[in-house]
Every structure is written in structure tokens, then in C-alpha cells.
Design a protein around this ligand. Structure first.
Ligand SMILES: Cc1cc2nc3c(=O)[nH]c(=O)nc-3n(C[C@H](O)[C@H](O)[C@H](O)COP(=O)(O)OP(=O)(O)OC[C@H]3O[C@@H](n4cnc5c(N)ncnc54)[C@H](O)[C@@H]3O)c2cc1C
Length: 457
């Protein structure tokens, strides 16, 4: 067994792992990045990028279908799934090539193979030992199922859904969170009959209630069926399809069942616990500086309890490299990380909901304003209903921004700057937004909360 010595050894080359590697190299460290599959991980190969490509094809289908409303003569006669997949695969391939080139150009030593933590400072791969002054665990996540619900045949997860070479006539989706709603949106735009089953009282249950209700209205209008507040009890399948039973006695039949009940942390069998790293229900708990309980061993990305998002992984990776380098980076709490659900209509949120703000500051300290996109010219032009809701502390900063409507994911940039910089509406109100843009609607809400509404009463 040969020893290879580095300043930093990173186990897992997804969003979180490779960003730790890149930042560490920038800070003058030597870095080994160990990846058993493909650099870029879930986000690039099975998550963000391929799903957003499918959602773009879905948007094009909707635009073609609705073209006549805008005076354009076009027709939507079908989906060529082979071409959709080729377009998507081409995007992934280009980004993959770009990432490989980037890591090479930066001088990161990429080690192909399955790694196992063998001590707080070493990872073994293919019989060799990669020894680091610090080790970062970044092994990511996998699609979960429910006890007794086996993923096989017509019961699939997002991984198999991305590999389908046909548009199913009908799909049932277990889970009305981000992944479930995004696939529901794609398949509906492609012409499938879709039914979402969600045990909690609303779709996207982690969002502001007004946003969840807005999505439910929009999905109903699009013909996406959903059953909320009802629990799954079982599924049977045969050559024709699946039949799902619910605890309230109802059944749902479809060609496929997509199981989108969340993601588990990928930590089993990699030596973490043997080396003394605490693993709790599969996750690796850390302190707010992303240190595990074992000195010199850090954890980043989806294996750390909390939001499972690629940009949280980037932030974790950069943070840990800077922390090791002694730069004392600032902690960003999960609540202030922007979240986007890219279904149609899109959902964007960052910071506290009104209810959480009231819990934290008291009802008399909180003011909130909802601006309806009906008043926004650009939203009217592109034909989207929706709203933006801004929550502030009275005489204090904006602590939450929430939005629903086509393309509102683009609000995330300004919304997260506003919340993280703790801007007061009075600070932002004089900074006028370009007209006509959709993000003028955020500006209108800031103006209102600063006591000088422009297009609102
Ligand atoms: C369908 C879907 C859509 C998504 N859409 C979005 C989105 O739009 N926006 C967003 O922000 N997030 C999205 N996500 C979540 C995002 O993909 C994850 O949060 C992100 O990929 C987590 O990064 P990570 O580096 O922690 O883990 P991963 O990306 O899972 O990377 C972990 C890497 O570690 C490797 N690995 C594991 N064990 C070992 C080992 N023993 N040895 C060597 N290598 C190992 C794996 O092969 C993998 O490449 C989506 C996820 C899914 C499933």
C-alpha cells in the first residue's frame, strides 16, 4: 500500500466535494479528490442539470401549445423523447467536460475509485492510501423509498425517471415536494395524466402556505391532479401498470409510480463510524463550522443534516477550505439559502416565512406584504399569475422573500442578497428596478414596506 500525501483529501466529487477542492487549491493547498463514479455527482448527472433541461423542453412544449394566444401560428403535435434526451445529455456532457477541464487546470489530483476512510487522516482507494492533514467527507445522497416499498419495474425514482425513453400516459407521484412537483410539471407539459400523492396538508409543504396554495391552484388549472393530506398504504404492479392504495381507501392507477419521498445520506460502509465519526440516521452531524466530532475530519453537502441543494454544497465546500486556511468565513444558516422549485409555475424563497418570523420576533414586530403579479407588466406580458411576499422586521431588515409565478426563480439573486445583507426596505426602495421586468414586483413590495408604495394602494 503506497501512501500519497496531501494537505487536503476530499472523498466525493459532487458539488460539495469539488468546490472544497477548488477553493483549497486557490488557497495554496495540495488536494486529492476521490470519486468512484463521475465528477459533478448527483447535481450534474442525475439532479439539477438534467431535470432543468427536461423542464426547459416542457416549457417549449407549453409555449408551442399556447402560441395562438400570442398571435403566433404554431402547433404542438408531440414530444420526441429521443431528441429531448439527446438535448439533455448534450448539456450534461458539455458541463461534465467543462468540469473535468476545470479541475485539471486547477491542478487537483483526481483519483478514480471507491474510497474508504481508514483513519481520521487517510482514505484508502484501490489499495493505495491518500493521507491528508485534513479530510473532507462529501459522499452525497441517494433516492429514498418507504419501508416495504421496493423500487423495481414500474415503481421508479428520479434516477430511472431520467432514463425513460417514452412519455408515460399516466404517472402517479408519491411526494409533493420539490422533485415530485418538478417531474409532475414536466410530464404534464409532455401530455401525461399526473396524480401527486402527498401525506402533508399541502404541496411543497416547506413553503409559505400562500405559495403552496398558489401552486395547488395552478396545478389544478393545468390538469395535474393531487391528493393531499392522505397517506400511501401500498402498491401492486403488473404488465399494464401500477395500482396505489391510500390509507383513506382510495386507489390510484397509472403506468408508473415515481417515488419522490426525499433523499437519504450516502454514508454506509465507508468506514466513517469505525474511525469514530458520529453518524446519526445516516447523516454526519457537524458544528456550525462543518467540523465533525473527529478533529481534522469535515463534512459537506447532502450528508450534513439540512437542506439538500447543490448551491448549499458549493457554499459548504468553499467554507471548509477557507476555515482550514484560517480565514474564518461567515456562517450562512440554511434558512438564508435560496430555494427554487423549477416547476411551472416556479417557486422561489429565502429566509423566514411570516409564521416563522412571528415565532422569532413576535407578531407586533413583523410586517409582511404580498404583491400580486397581476400588477406587474412583464408578468402580464408573459401570461403568468403569481405573487411575491416580503417579510420584514418593523424598523428592521427584510427577513424573508417568497414568490410564485413563471420565471420567479430568477428572483433568487436579489432576494438572497437582500436577506443576507439584512437590508431594510428603506435601503432598497430608492434603488429602482428596470421596467418592465418581473423583479420590479419585488421592488414594489420594498417600496410598500418602506411606506412609499408606487403602483399599490
Ligand atoms: C432529481 C433531482 C433534482 C435536483 N435539482 C436540484 C436543483 O435544481 N437545484 C439544487 O440546488 N439541487 C438540486 N438537487 C440536489 C443536488 O443534486 C444535491 O444537493 C447535490 O448534488 C449534493 O451535492 P453533494 O456533493 O453533497 O453530493 P453528490 O452530488 O451526491 O456527490 C457525491 C459524490 O460522492 C461520490 N461518492 C460517494 N461515495 C463515494 C466513495 N466511497 N468513494 C468515492 N466517491 C464516492 C458519488 O459518486 C458522488 O459523485 C436535485 C437532486 C435531484 C435528485
Amino acid at each position: 500500500m503506497t501512501d500519497h500525501n496531501f494537505d487536503l483529501v476530499v472523498l466525493g466529487g459532487g458539488s460539495a466535494g469539488y468546490s472544497a477542492a477548488v477553493r483549497a487549491i486557490e488557497l495554496g493547498m495540495t488536494v486529492a479528490l476521490i470519486e468512484k463514479d463521475k465528477l459533478g455527482g448527483t447535481c450534474l448527472h442525475r439532479g439539477c442539470v438534467p431535470t432543468k433541461a427536461l423542464l426547459h423542453s416542457a416549457e417549449v412544449a407549453d409555449v408551442a401549445r399556447e402560441a395562438a394566444e400570442y398571435g403566433v401560428v404554431a402547433s404542438m403535435t408531440g414530444i420526441d423523447m429521443a431528441k429531448v434526451n439527446a438535448y439533455r445529455d448534450d448539456i450534461v456532457a458539455k458541463k461534465y467536460k467543462g468540469l473535468q477541464g476545470l479541475l485539471k487546470a486547477r491542478g487537483i489530483t483526481v483519483v478514480a475509485g471507491e474510497g474508504r476512510l481508514t483513519s481520521p487522516s487517510s482514505v484508502s482507494v484501490n489499495g493505495d492510501n491518500y493521507v491528508g492533514k485534513n479530510v473532507v467527507l462529501a459522499t452525497g445522497s441517494y433516492s429514498k423509498s418507504l419501508p416495504g416499498l421496493t423500487i423495481e419495474g414500474r415503481v421508479i425514482t428520479s434516477e430511472q425517471a431520467l432514463l425513460l425513453d417514452y412519455v408515460p400516459q399516466s404517472v402517479a407521484i408519491l411526494g409533493g415536494g420539490v422533485i415530485g412537483c418538478e417531474f409532475a410539471s414536466v410530464w404534464r407539459s409532455f401530455g401525461s395524466e399526473v396524480t401527486i400523492i402527498e401525506g402533508l396538508p399541502h404541496l411543497v409543504p416547506n413553503e409559505e402556505e400562500v405559495i403552496s396554495k398558489g401552486l395547488e391552484r395552478a396545478f389544478r388549472k393545468r390538469g395535474i391532479d393531487y391528493k393531499i393530506g392522505v397517506r400511501f398504504s401500498g402498491v401492486t404492479q403488473n404488465d399494464q401498470g401500477v395500482t396505489i392504495s391510500l390509507e383513506n381507501g382510495e386507489t390510484v392507477s397509472a403506468d408508473l409510480l415515481l417515488v419522490a419521498v426525499g433523499r437519504g445520506s450516502n454514508t454506509a460502509g465507508m468506514g466513517f463510524e469505525e474511525v469514530g465519526v458520529t453518524v446519526d440516521r445516516g447523516y454526519v452531524p457537524t458544528n456550525e463550522r462543518l467540523q465533525t466530532n473527529v478533529p481534522g475530519v469535515w463534512a459537506v453537502g447532502d450528508i450534513v443534516p439540512g437542506l439538500q441543494l447543490a448551491h448549499r454544497g458549493y457554499q459548504h465546500g468553499i467554507f471548509v477550505a477557507e476555515e482550514i486556511a484560517g480565514l474564518n468565513p461567515i456562517v450562512i444558516s440554511d434558512v438564508n439559502i435560496p430555494k427554487v422549485t423549477y416547476c411551472e409555475p416556479e417557486i422561489m424563497s429565502v429566509g423566514l416565512t411570516e409564521a416563522k418570523a412571528v415565532e422569532k420576533y413576535g407578531a407586533d414586530q413583523i410586517a409582511a406584504f404580498e404583491y400580486n403579479l397581476a400588477g406587474n407588466a412583464k408578468s402580464e406580458i408573459i401570461g403568468t399569475p403569481g405573487l411575491v411576499k416580503v417579510v420584514r422586521v418593523k424598523e428592521g431588515p427584510v427577513v424573508g422573500v417568497h414568490a410564485i409565478g413563471s420565471r420567479v426563480g430568477e428572483f433568487a439573486g436579489e432576494a438572497q442578497l437582500t436577506v443576507n445583507w439584512e437590508a431594510h426596505p428603506e435601503d432598497i426602495a430608492p434603488l429602482i428596478h428596470a421596467h418592465p421586468t418581473q423583479n420590479e414586483s419585488m421592488g414594489e413590495a420594498f417600496l410598500y414596506l418602506a411606506g412609499k408604495p408606487l403602483h399599490t394602494l
